[in-house]
Design a protein around this ligand. Structure first.
Ligand code: FES
Ligand code: FES
Length: 972
């Protein structure tokens, strides 16, 4: 609704809310969701789109499920409203079931899901699976892949075919929470623990970026460019301020006190906080209005004196690489931001000696992260001056945010604090800063707390995407199907700013031939600047795009050589002791052969089943596909250390200071499980502080599937460090058993036992411990005076802490040389996935019937969380394969940009392969990105098996497949 006096009219509205009568004086046309959150403080109701597309705002109104963002507050007069905060028996059973099934990951969709499920069960206590799917069909989840949610609801209804195994739902318990298939009940590692941060998510009390702010905070609204490439001049802003007394200020580039750029890599920080007269993509930040909410919302973009000089944009890779193309950035004359290269053996010889050679061109689209939580947060100035700025926002990388924010403010990093809020999904999209520098500058300039909540459109238009790719690849094999040569040239559209473009350019050459033995390989990549939306990190850093190419070519070779598609992958699969094309010998975990072997019976069965189905030449043809993947955990040939700290205080409180942000994948739980077993105390004994840069060490970013592997090792080392110190108190041996009851710490070593009273323990003054791990000394040196360890933990004085364990771990890698040779990663995740699809050959639509996924995870620290990652990755891979295509200016909402709903999900069967990684904590390695990578190529393989159509462009939208089925050229 337009901002008019009528739209701003207020009214007193009476209703019953969660069983109690309420009256609220609010803007009559404000959405009920907004009023619940902002006027009544019931932030359990989430807002993901404000357009009826995501269902995050679902509540019950007079006994019916509604989207509260579509209900005007005045319409609720006299109504009975129930929100996620409502406590009743059905909701409580659902909450417990959601925890037990791992149905809440980031948790931003969880209140909406719970309300939809509550509504269903209130109407029908014993619904069918189809009814459950219908009930939650309007609520989007980007994390879970929905199956755990459906299982949880069916569990409560008692109508599920897969009743919940006996699992503990106490988040602080591990003893009874063990996986029934594991026999040792006292081990946390391997147990299906409910997530330790789960209860606030199911209770609706978790605080996401938009859920809290000081009551006196100003609001900020960013004015963004409607043009992809333009220069602009600002007129006099004073009249605008004069007309709108609620405005505290209008920020421009001139107000940025430090460097007006941010970015990921030193030397490539090129994105302004506020554009200084030039914009390079549609959606770029130009101005920021700061003031009362009414004021910033009432000033329209048209009210602002901005004079545009529009220039033709470079849209797409081809335009940017064309001869004579203008430059996006003056210092990059050919618009190529970064190049990657890997060369091993003699690729021409590899092609020449082959029995079969194939090649192809492939194209992928921009893919939007579509986390259900748009970016949001607030900043608070501290002290006069101000002395410091504290930013609370959703993020995947608090320490990177700190560095960028400090540079933008032009202050020492000790003057910035980043407090991550709960993060409602990230998938790479919250690795770059978004709201943080804007908030910091606004709070700095106004000396007032400032908050911001991006709209869905703003989030989609202004934040990074998956790089669109244009890939040519060629692959050769001998008569037995063994690869003899592989070649790839891949260009990635990195958009207007660098972001993670160099990472994509460097990671893809290492992975682009697939997880196979390839004696001769040459892969070249480019990240290309354009005037499109910046592309950045998205679950896989370019590897999912490349996997579509290498897996399609693998199917080509199988067809030409008349070899089964499973068999050709098995003969080429990297195994222990094999060298990768980077020259790295896989010393430990390399479980791809085991993954493929796990799939073999399903593969044979599915081929027979599908052959029978297709025998009558039906309209709905079925097909089975297969694809493999690998993914290096951590940064590519670069250091990426993580540090962790565990303290024991006089009162017996054991606190895990964990700087790894949990964005829904479950790292808080997994790292605690690792720490618990390494220390020898149960998970329930620990408290945890997560991700506050004042309180925790730098654990690095939550990306590149590194937290379980890298931070898991740091957690293990910290726990082992603390254990060593405890054992030293009693002169006990390494197998001693610990018990902690209040301030009494008991150490039992065989027959001998000693109890230490921590309250009276005499120890030297609190001091910095030595860091455990090989990189410890180096890391200590790197920590400056602002190091969190120079301050006492939250709520403690230095003397409160009696013992402290510290651990730091940096994966053993080496930089790549100019030919991509070296040790880019310490370990790799491997997987093989099968897809079964049904294609409507008349309409060109594809339904994925089943995915069977075998993943080598080294060790499943928490099988429920690992399976949750796999399910969620498969959902995103399915979206990438069949429906997701972000088009700047056209699909900037969740109505036009489609992501999978529960109705799109296939059944999923998982095999967890535990090929232990000796460098990993308890053998574990990452699964976050591996979960997604094989899905799209497996679906494409299945479509081809069903129809013969070799699809080389994703998403395979119905019109593209239909045209391919007609034998026509594909058109966009
Ligand atoms: S916020 Fe209401 S449907 Fe998305
Ligand atoms: S758990 Fe559903 S969106 Fe994250």
């Amino acid at each position: 609704m337009q901002d008019t006096p009528l739209a701003r009219a207020t009214a007193t509205v009476l209703f019953t809310l969660n069983g109690r009568p309420w009256s609220v004086h609010a803007v009559a046309f404000a959405s009920l969701a907004d009023t619940l959150r902002e006027e009544l403080g019931l932030t359990g109701t989430k807002i993901g789109c404000e357009a009826g597309d995501c269902g995050a705002c679902s509540v019950r109104l007079d006994g019916e499920q509604v989207c509260a963002c579509l209900v005007a507050t005045a319409q609720a007069e006299g109504a009975r409203i129930e929100t996620v905060e409502f406590v009743n028996a059905i909701a409580d059973r659902l909450r417990i079931a959601f925890l037990a099934h791992g149905a809440a990951q980031c948790g931003i969709c969880t209140p909406g899901m719970l309300m939809a499920a509550t509504d269903l069960l209130a109407h029908d206590p014993a619904p069918s699976r189809g009814q459950v799917e219908d009930a939650i069909g309007g609520v989007l989840c980007r994390c879970t892949g929905y199956l755990a949610i459906v299982a949880a609801i069916l569990d409560v209804a008692g109508t599920g075919s897969d009743p919940s195994p006996k699992r503990c739902v106490d988040p602080l318990c591990c003893a009874e929470g063990s996986d029934p298939i594991r026999t040792d009940p006292v081990r946390a590692v391997g147990a299906r623990l409910p997530r330790v941060d789960g209860w606030p998510k199911v209770a609706g009390t978790d605080r996401f970026g938009a859920d809290e702010a000081p009551t006196d905070a100003l609001w900020m609204r960013v004015v963004r460019s409607p043009h992809a490439r333009a220069r602009f001049a600002l007129g006099d802003l004073d009249p605008v301020k004069a007309r709108n007394p609620g405005l505290a200020t209008i920020l421009t580039a001139a107000d940025v006190p430090g460097e007006n750029v941010f970015g990921i890599f030193t030397g490539m920080k090129d994105q302004p906080v506020l554009a200084p007269g030039v914009v390079r993509f549609r959606g770029e930040a130009v101005l920021a209005l700061v003031g009362t909410r009414a004021a910033v919302e009432s000033v329209s973009d048209a009210d602002l004196p901005i004079e545009w000089a529009i220039e033709p944009p470079l849209s797409g890779i081809e335009a940017a690489l064309a001869l004579g193309a203008p430059t996006v950035h003056g210092g990059v004359p050919d618009n190529v931001l970064a190049r990657g290269n890997l060369k091993s053996g003699d690729v021409q010889a590899g092609h020449t000696c082959a029995a079969a050679t194939t090649e192809g061109c492939f194209e992928t689209a921009f893919v939007e992260h579509a986390y259900i939580e748009p970016e949001a947060g607030f900043a608070v100035p501290v002290g006069e001056g101000p002395d410091r700025i504290e930013v609370t926002a959703c993020t995947q990388a608090p320490y990177m945010d700190l560095e960028e924010t400090a540079r933008v403010l032009g202050v020492d990093r000790s003057r910035v604090r980043i407090r991550p809020s709960a993060c409602g999904g990230g998938f790479g999209g919250k690795l770059d800063v978004s709201v943080q520098p804007l908030l910091a500058v606004a709070a700095w300039v106004t000396r007032r707390p400032v908050r911001i909540v991006y709209t869905r459109t703003e989030s989609m238009a202004s934040t990074t995407k998956r790089h669109p790719a244009r890939i040519w690849a060629k692959s050769s094999a001998d008569a037995r199907g063994r690869l003899t040569g592989f070649e790839m040239r891949a260009d990635f559209n990195t958009g207007a700013y660098a972001s993670w473009g160099p990472t994509v350019a460097n990671r893809v050459p290492v992975h682009g031939m697939g997880p196979y033995k390839v004696p001769n390989a040459w892969l070249r990549t480019r990240a290309v600047y354009t005037n499109d939306t910046p592309a950045g990190a998205f679950r896989g850093f370019g590897v999912p795009q490349a996997a579509i190419a290498h897996e399609t070519l693998m199917d080509d070779l199988a067809l030409r050589l008349d070899i089964d598609r499973w068999a050709i992958r098995r003969v080429n699969a990297l195994d222990h002791g094999d060298a990768t094309p980077s020259g790295q010998v896989l010393k430990h975990s390399a479980g791809l052969p085991k993954c493929l072997d796990a799939l073999k019976p399903d593969w044979d069965t599915a081929l027979s089943r599908v052959a029978r189905h297709n025998a009558g030449a039906p309209r709905y043809r079925r097909g089975v596909g297969i694809a493999c993947m690998w993914y290096g955990c951590g940064n590519t040939g670069l250091p990426n250390p993580s540090s962790m700290r565990i303290t024991l205080a006089r009162d017996g409180s054991l606190t895990f200071f964990n700087g790894a942000v949990d964005i829904g994948q479950g790292s808080s739980t997994v790292l605690l499980q690792i720490a618990a077993d390494a220390l020898g105390l149960p998970v329930r004994a620990f408290g945890m502080v997560v991700g506050d840069t004042d309180l925790t060490e730098d654990a690095g970013k939550t990306s590149a599937s590194r937290q379980t592997f890298v931070s898991g090792n740091a957690a293990r080392l910290a726990a082992e460090d603390l254990r060593r110190k405890i054992l030293a108190l009693a002169n006990a041996g390494p197998d001693a058993k610990l018990t902690l009851e209040g301030a009494k710490l008991s150490i039992a070593d065989g027959e001998a036992s000693r109890t230490v009273d921590l309250a009276t323990l005499v120890i030297p003054e609190f001091r910095v411990s030595e860091i455990s791990g090989t990189q410890g000394a180096e890391h200590v040196k790197a920590l400056g005076p602002g190091s969190p360890r120079s301050r006492a933990p939250a709520g403690m004085t230095g003397r409160d802490v009696v013992l402290e364990g510290l651990g730091c771990w940096d994966p053993p890698t080496s930089p790549l040389d100019e030919n991509g040779q070296g040790v880019p990663y310490a370990t790799y995740g491997f997987a093989a996935q099968m897809a079964e699809v049904e294609v409507d050959t008349v309409l060109g639509t594809t339904r994925v019937v089943e995915i069977i996924a075998a993943h080598d995870v080294g060790r499943a620290i928490n099988p429920t969380l690992v399976e949750g990652q796999i399910h969620g990755g498969i959902a995103q891979g399915l979206g990438m394969a069949l429906m997701e295509e972000y088009i700047p200016g056209r699909t900037e909402n969740l109505h036009d940009y489609l992501i999978p709903t529960v109705g799109d999900m296939p059944s999923i069967k998982t095999y967890l392969i535990e090929d232990a990684e000796l460098d990993g904590p308890f053998g574990a390695k990452g699964v976050g990105e591996p979960a997604l990578i094989a899905t799209a190529p497996a679906i494409l393989s299945a479509i081809r098996h069903a129809t013969g159509a070799r699809m080389t462009r994703v998403p395979v939208l119905p019109h593209r497949l239909w045209e391919a089925l007609q034998g026509r050229e594909e058109r966009s």
